[in-house]
Design a protein around this ligand. Sequence first.
Ligand code: NAD
Length: 491
Amino acid sequence: MQEVQTDIKEVKLYIDGEYIQSSTNSTYEVKNPATQQVIARVHEASYEDVDAACRAARRAFEDGPWRTMPLAERCAKIRRMGEIILERKEELARLEAMDVGKPYPVALEKEIPRAAHNLTFFADFMEKQGGEVYPMGDEYLNYTRYEPVGVAGLITPWNLPFMLTTWKLGPCLAAGNTAVIKPAEITPLTVSLLGEIAKEAGIPDGVVNVIQGFGSNSTGEYLTTHPEVDLISFTGETTTGKAIMKNGADTLKRVAFELGGKAANIVFEDANLDKTIPVSIQAAFLNSGQVCLAGSRILVQRSIMDEFVERFKKAASELKVGDPQDRTTNMGPVVSEEHYNKVTSYLEIAKQENATLVYGGKRPVLPSHLENGYYLEPTIYIQENPNARICQEEIFGPVVTIIPFETEEEALEIANNTDYGLNGVVWTDNLQRAHRISHHVRAGTIWVNCWFIRDLRAPFGGFKKSGIGREGGHHSLEFFTEAKNICIALK
Ligand code: NAD
């Protein structure tokens, strides 16, 4: 069993029920984004290692008892995984906070429990599924079975590593598939433990494999081109989704993509600002704005612009930026040096585009142990031009843009003026308007007078360049199953 440690942790691959080293002995370092201290040395999976993981998953699928065991038994083991995650939640939350730079309480109280729920939910959901029978009189019995597809490649990003991986693993396993998981290269810690958690829960070796490494020309690409992999569930950037689609084409892989977003958070003049402001602050700066669902374009009706800007700025100034391990911290650093450089490059772009800086835009003053961390103040701009790059491109950091509008029609036009369509948020007390906007914003999820409220039965996914397919409830199960029609002559 690997241990949580504050010194450098060795992250190995988990293949066929065992931790193994990279066959080429290639390793790389991962740093704590709050301090730049090296926290892990990670084994990078070579092609041979990826091949071994995919073959182990194939054997476990074809020969093993996993897909053929009684459903209740399979689901009990998945539920047990959820329980083990809760038993280890402090350790997992510490690791997630250290790896991603997110505040420890957010990991402990929200993300790790949600990860456990992702498993228990799909175990319960799967057990309640029925099939269809098509009555054909007395001559034939015609019915449908939902069977697992085979070996699934699960590829996840760095912003919510454990939560997003289990969101895929739950339905994947419940449907009877086997998995090869590849977490993001810069946040391997929590996901690296999923193999041993599965084993402790009684899940057979080879069903859950975890490989580590980079994307393009590396582990990720080897997985998406491997002939033993039948389907790829991917969450990450839109450009990566395009590459995976091309790479998976030769072996005709089934794909589901959850991609980038640039959500409009639309505030009408009749909104209750006492509710709108604190939730919009969350939508802007939770996880340092590194959330695909972030309300990063805040559309505000011009009649309330001054009041909104003043109050939003004040609320942003009250966020405590600091050490992710400190319970009172509201916002940590961004995840890495590379990402810090990307996010801060938008400060220069905003200046060139004549955006008005309302708040932030610099490194916060922090205690000396955090002086090397990748920190940026919560940063707010006003930009009148909705075509400006800061209104169009996914910055994925603590940088938001307020865009004024006059009418409902204009708000809709600006909201839909984007390549993305993951989600939208509407603040209004007008019921008809709430419905109208919800119908006409082209996005997969619309929240009215709330944000990030999820029911795992509901579909989740993006319009336009924000994704292909839906996760959640039966939508996830459809992706992870093959529907088979059986027709039996009764005479
Ligand atoms: P990314 O696309 O750079 O990386 C995601 C994963 O893909 C990583 O594991 C990476 O190693 C792997 N990868 C990269 N290139 C690959 C390739 N050619 N072949 C196979 N695998 C490859 O994304 P990121 O920077 O880790 O995450 C941030 C992005 O994720 C943002 O765009 C964000 O909006 C998106 N995201 C979307 C959702 C959603 O539900 N829609 C949720 C979270 C994050």
